[in-house]
Design a protein. Structure first.
Length: 317
């Protein structure tokens, strides 16, 4: 009997050893294939936004792509990102990066490479956790961690872009009102925008000032005001900004005073904001009925539950 148990344990240990060895060899083989395919030495190209920032005197970024230790690894992920034929996904990521304020001037391929790095790291963590708990490796954990890591990275970017656009939406009516008041006092449009974008302590948390300063920079470089406003709509794709640009363009064509147009647009934006708040309140009042009904049912079961159970066990009489 003892010899049989010893034989079974030895067989289990041998089988687990071969599973671990096969998993390690398979991982090493895939890694060597990636190294052999993407071993060409390369450098990260500058995006147009980054090149413009450096040309205007801003400090260049310091990210993992510029780190000499991690640069070879990131070049592998970046080469994979460039080789992927996903134009729709890359355009989606690019739009979200621009809407999020172009953090570190990442391109869509660079952010996709960062997402793959996060997914690979999460997959390795899951594999190690499974080995600690179950004592074996599986590629399913690596694949699941990779997919979840990439999805979470893209979701984080989307959430950051949505939060930033929401801040711009809240601040835009009051900024337009201030511009209209300044123009009513005799200032030009450019002077009015410069007045409300003066440096303050909360500039880092004010995305609208960042966009307005970019608008002024384009106008100062000789871009027509209409084209500069259109560029602003591309950076901040909001219906309120699109309506503002359309109204300003129409006012320039018809000769309508810009001050009045801006004031009307600010009033209209506040009205739309009130309507959106009322709609959300109406939807919330309907959605809250479900948890209220569940609470009522729970209370009723707590009160009449014992009587119902006794009746079912003993009968009515």
């Amino acid at each position: 009997m003892t010899n049989s148990i010893t034989t079974i344990l030895a067989a289990d240990m041998t089988g687990g050893f071969w599973d671990i060895l096969i998993s390690v060899l398979l991982f090493a083989m895939v890694f060597m294939v990636i190294i052999s395919v993407f071993s060409a030495r390369g450098s990260v190209t500058l995006s147009p936004q980054r090149a413009a920032a450096i040309a205007t005197g801003h400090t260049d970024r310091k990210t993992i792509f510029e780190n000499p230790i991690f640069r070879p690894v990131m070049w592998i992920f970046l080469s994979i990102a460039f080789s992927l034929r996903l134009p729709g996904t890359k355009k989606f990521i690019k739009d979200k990066i621009i809407a999020a304020g172009s953090p570190n001037y990442y391109t869509s391929e660079e952010y996709l490479a960062l997402s793959m790095l996060a997914g690979f790291g999460l997959g390795v963590v899951l594999m190690i956790g499974r080995f600690i708990v179950a004592g074996d490796f599986t590629l399913l954990g690596l694949v699941a961690g990779f997919v979840v890591g990439v999805a979470l990275s893209i979701y984080q970017l989307t959430d950051k872009a949505s939060t930033r656009l929401m801040k711009i939406t809240k601040q835009l009516p009051y900024a337009i009102d201030l511009i209209a008041l300044a123009m009513g006092s005799g200032a030009t449009f450019t002077e009015a925008v410069k007045t409300i974008t003066r440096p303050t302590n909360d500039d880092e948390d004010d995305p609208l000032k960042v966009e307005l300063r970019a608008l002024l920079a384009e106008i100062d470089l000789g871009t027509p005001r209409r084209e500069a406003l259109i560029s602003m709509t591309n950076r901040a794709p909001l219906e309120s900004i699109r309506g503002l640009v359309a109204s300003v363009t129409q006012a320039e064509e018809l000769g309508t005073p810009l001050e009045k147009v801006l004031h009307d647009q600010a009033t209209l934006m506040r009205m739309h904001r009130s309507v959106r708040a009322e709609n959300k309140a109406a939807v919330a009042s309907v959605r809250i009925l479900i948890p209220c009904l569940l609470l009522v049912v729970a209370v009723m079961l707590g009160i009449f539950g014992p009587a119902i159970i006794r009746t079912m066990q003993e009968g009515l009489f």
